[in-house]
Write a protein that binds this ligand. Structure first.
Ligand code: APR
Length: 264
């Protein structure tokens, strides 16, 4: 008796991936779940349990308690540094290597797509790996040891430094969202993986693609507001479904990349 595949992929879905000319992928926190990165909502353990992440990740919180917000992000940065890309991240690298046109639009700030080897990425919500001046909005690479309880200060203007992430109540970087929207309108396949598809404006990207006639495929173990509007919904973890999909689209060559390959 042969074993059933971990995640059976219908033939039309395999073909949709192999034949796509232009692919856009939208990812969210679920893609990093199998790397052990706590989601934004789950990150409140230990000392941080008494704080509400929706209160910490705002410009108001930073204005009131800059040291607290800086320390919270330092903790998240350390947690991400301990994590490793998973087979879902690597399968997206394999897809990028085969698609004629490809863009990965991620809401994740953990940098794991970069570390897996994805290259054509737009980070819609910024990155924990970068720090910028809160006054001049310039990226800053080095700074002096801060005073206790404060964030470090900009070496040029003395304002507090902050993580280069998008907080609630802040606009997304215009160039990032415009690039993702243009790609969504022009793609023929949109993959939506590991996102609750509820936080705008990223959540609108699949709708732009759908209105332009693209095939929409969702990968998520749970239903989202997008699920019933998608052409296919794989109710599976992305670390299982994405490698299985790659292997079914390119049976001869894809498996090693999808299962264990690293950077291109
Ligand atoms: N594989 C795929 N999907 C998964 C997995 C997995 N292994 N585990 C969980 N999920 C799904 C959940 O079912 C959920 O729908 O991932 C989704 C995660 O949803 P959210 O936590 O809302 O994350 P996201 O959609 O990225 O949130 C968007 O909101 O939290 C803010 O700014 C933060 O960028 C974030 C934005």
């Amino acid at each position: 008796m042969s074993r059933a595949p971990a995640c059976p992929i219908p033939e039309p879905l395999a073909r949709a991936l192999a034949d796509a000319r232009s692919i856009v992928v939208l990812t969210g926190a679920g893609v990093s779940a199998e790397s052990g990165v706590p989601t934004f909502r789950d990150a409140q353990t230990g000392l941080w349990a008494k704080f509400d992440p929706f209160e910490l990740a705002t410009p108001r919180a930073f204005a009131r308690q800059p040291g607290l917000v800086w320390d919270w992000y330092a903790e998240r940065r350390a947690a991400v540094a301990r994590a490793l890309p998973n087979p879902g991240h690597r399968a997206l690298v394999a897809i990028e290597g085969r698609a004629p046109s490809f863009l990965l639009a991620t809401q994740n700030v953990d940098g794991l797509h970069h570390r897996a080897g994805s290259r054509s990425i737009v980070e819609l919500h910024g990155s924990l790996a970068r720090v910028r001046c809160s006054r001049e909005d310039r990226e800053v690479a080095a700074w002096d040891e801060p005073a206790p309880g404060e964030p470090p200060r900009c070496p040029d203007c003395g304002a507090f430094l902050r993580p280069d992430v998008v907080w609630f109540e802040e606009a997304l970087p215009a160039a990032a969202i415009e690039r993702a929207e243009a790609a969504a309108r022009a793609c023929d396949l949109m993959i939506v993986a590991g996102t609750s598809a509820e936080v705008h404006p990223a959540a609108a990207l699949p709708w732009l693609a759908r209105a332009a006639g693209a095939t929409i495929v969702e990968i998520n173990p749970s239903a989202t507001p997008l699920t019933r509007h998608a052409d296919h919904a794989l109710r599976e973890r992305s670390g299982v479904a994405l490698p299985a999909w790659v292997a079914s689209a390119w049976p001869a060559s894809a498996a090693p990349d999808a299962a264990g390959g690293g950077a291109k």
